[in-house]
Write a protein that binds this ligand. Structure first.
Ligand SMILES: [Mg+2]
Length: 191
């Protein structure tokens, strides 16, 4: 049986986005993150996969080790809600600093979603992409996923841009609790 997944952007979606987050001590989860993720994984059975652009690495502001330390700490903070992210995928490149070839992993490219789907035997038709940026919604669409824009992080600005482009996500949520409520309703009958 293939798995279903909720693909998640990290900064501005699960946690506050201070820009180029490199210090685990600066990681602040949003209040709804642990509870929403626990329900998605432990009750509804979704894999939880983070797909993140971390161009701070190409820019020389942060390192792979720092990104990995933040990711480890994120899972540590989620222990209180008895849940963990199954895998973190990130693209360290940026077109101003890296080759075009390297940048193929960068959202809105669906490359890392496809990689995760192959690694975890994920059925994209029954899966979702959740994020606060235009590139998250476009990545989800490019991968054939249902898309949810969350209005934390850059979500308000992203919503204005998407509206102007008449390029709407499947759903717009104020926070991860509304994301959870939408997925709960949406996946009834599909499982
Ligand atoms: Mg974000």
């Amino acid at each position: 049986m293939p798995n279903s997944a909720v693909f998640l952007d990290r900064d501005g979606t699960l946690n506050e986005d201070p820009g180029y987050l490199g210090d685990p001590d600066d990681l602040k989860l949003y209040p709804a993150t642990g509870k929403a993720l626990a329900y998605l994984k432990n009750i509804l059975g979704f894999k939880l996969i983070v797909i993140s652009n971390q161009s701070g690495i190409a820019r020389g502001i942060i390192t792979d080790e720092m990104v990995n330390a933040v990711n480890l700490h994120l899972n540590k903070l989620l222990e209180i809600d008895n849940v963990k992210i199954d895998a973190f995928y990130y693209c360290p490149f940026h077109p101003d600093f890296s080759s075009e070839e390297d940048c193929t992993c960068r959202k809105p490219s669906p490359e890392l979603v496809f990689k995760a789907a192959s690694d975890f035997n994920i059925d994209l038709n029954s899966s979702y992409f959740v994020g606060d940026a235009v590139s998250d919604i476009e990545c989800g669409k490019n991968a054939g996923l249902k898309t949810i824009l969350v209005k934390t992080g850059y979500g308000e600005d992203s919503f204005s841009i998407l509206k102007k482009q008449n390029n709407f996500p499947t759903f717009v949520a104020q926070n991860l609790i509304e994301v959870l409520d939408f997925i709960k309703k949406d996946c009834i009958g599909e499982k």
